[in-house]
Design a protein around this ligand. Structure first.
Ligand SMILES: NC(=O)c1ccc[n+]([C@@H]2O[C@H](COP(=O)([O-])OP(=O)(O)OC[C@H]3O[C@@H](n4cnc5c(N)ncnc54)[C@H](O)[C@@H]3O)[C@@H](O)[C@H]2O)c1
Length: 420
């Protein structure tokens, strides 16, 4: 018997509900609006929903103008009301998947999102998890919750995993032109999920199971973690032996194959690179294995703020008993105001531990862990360029000959600037 597989485009209306309106969910909403979907962005943080509906974007990659146009046209609204998912033919889950206090996966927000949407799902809805997690999360955690709490037993649902790959602050790669991995639990779900992502993205890559998609996402981010750790470790060796690591990286980059340049820095931050590889190490332990390589990389990166603090102190005249140090850029990476897991927090703590008075400046971060920024006139013995932010006038400091430890390799050939 031939089974007719409904595709998303067969539905009368293209209504998408996105659970979580953050760095992943809101850009997805705007990409879907551009592709002709009507989008309901659901978030349980009421203040954020109010902010979004007033046309003020909480993420750098979405402008207020774009957001307002989507709201005014009636194509988008944010809501705290999960019952709105009843209108949707597709629901995507884009909520955080952090670590708990033991640095192990904390899926409580994901489980909470699944439990909150389940009572309102309509028949024939596609539910996709975009949140990063270990293999088996869709099949063993999300699906059982939704199936247990859905309004009626005979409601037929489709499920897929399509881990988000967005890189906030990246002006080249976005939701549309980044190929999307799609792995579903059965053929019908796969066809629906592929149709959905092909309506938004230029390319959707089909994989055989949700577990392959989930594992691929962990591999991608772990690849970054270990390569950053390698270069951070290598930097320390080069510095100890008087070799300029950046010249070495440039030299190695002249090889047209088999090498990819990574640069040293204060460490790794954000919601992905320091977190996702620990989903992998945990998953390894659950399966009786040890991901030693990844654990070492994590350790090396976590030691970097201490190393940077020591390098900074080595640059300061030892007669200064309480040096004034200005940190430039506290967000975890350039171009965003995101301070989650920023390694600059540890850097600041080590500097204070070593006896410094520390202030900070970041044009994209209004407040940070209860403190306010200073401007670039703050008198300092040394500045540490931790994150190069657009609009940060570092030349005001180089111009007056301030001693700078540049952890971003962005100031070239300046007599008072030393690169990490
Ligand atoms: N930020 C990135 O660069 C990035 C890139 C790729 C993948 N991811 C993954 O995407 C997922 C989301 O990350 P993000 O950076 O968008 O997070 P975020 O913190 O920016 O946004 C998540 C939003 O979800 C809301 N939320 C939390 N729990 C909820 C619930 N139970 N119901 C409804 N709303 C809820 C929060 O209020 C928040 O607004 C994570 O798994 C992350 O690892 C993030």
């Amino acid at each position: 018997m031939q089974v007719r597989i409904a595709t998303v485009s067969d539905r009368e209306s293209r209504i998408l509900a996105i659970i979580g309106q953050g760095y992943v969910g809101l850009p997805l909403a705007m990409a879907a609006v551009d592709a002709g979907w009507r989008v309901i962005g659901i978030d349980n943080f009421e203040a954020k929903v109010t902010q979004i509906n007033s046309g003020v974007s909480p993420v750098e990659d979405i402008s207020d103008t774009q957001l307002r146009a989507a709201i005014t046209s009636g194509a988008f609204k944010a809501s705290t009301d999960f019952s709105e998912v009843a209108h949707a033919s597709v629901i995507t889950i884009c909520v955080p998947t952090p670590l708990d206090e033991k640095r192990e996966p904390d899926l409580s927000l994901l489980q909470g999102a699944a439990a909150a949407l389940a009572p309102f799902v309509s028949n024939e809805t596609l539910i996709v998890s975009e949140s990063t997690s270990y293999p088996g999360t869709l099949r063993n955690i999300i699906i059982p919750i939704v199936n247990e709490l859905k309004p009626k037993d005979d409601i037929n649902l489709y499920f897929a995993s399509a881990p988000e790959r967005v890189n906030p602050g990246d002006s080249t790669w976005n939701q549309k032109n980044t190929p999307r991995l799609v792995g579903a639990i059965n053929l019908e779900s796969q066809e629906k999920a592929l149709a959905f992502y092909k309506s938004i993205c230029d390319a959707a890559v089909s994989v055989s199971t949700p577990e392959v998609a989930e594992a691929a996402k962990l591999l991608e981010n772990t690849f970054r973690l270990v390569n950053i750790a390698l270069i951070n470790e290598f930097t320390q060796l080069c510095n100890a032996t008087g070799i300029n690591v950046h010249e070495v990286i440039d030299a190695a980059s002249s090889k047209p194959f088999g090498f990819m340049p990574f640069r040293p820095g204060v460490g790794v931050g954000g919601h992905c690179i320091p977190v996702d590889p620990l989903y992998l190490t945990w998953w390894a332990r659950q399966n009786g294995r040890k991901a030693m390589f990844v654990e070492s990389a994590d350790l090396i990166n976590r030691e970097m703020p201490r190393y940077v603090a020591k390098r900074a102190f080595a640059m300061i005249n030892s007669s200064i008993t309480k040096p004034r140090i200005l940190i430039l850029g506290v967000a975890y990476k350039s171009g965003v105001g995101d301070i989650r897991e920023t390694p600059v927090s540890e850097l600041r703590d080590y500097l204070i531990e070593l006896g410094a008075e520390v202030a900070w400046h970041d044009p994209l971060v209004p407040t940070w862990e209860g403190s306010n920024p200073v401007d670039l006139t703050w008198n300092c013995d040394l500045a540490i360029l931790a994150t190069q932010q657009p609009g940060m006038a570092v030349e005001k400091l180089t111009g007056k000959g301030t001693l700078i430890l540049d952890c971003t390799n962005s100031i070239k050939d300046h007599p008072t600037v030393i690169s990490l």
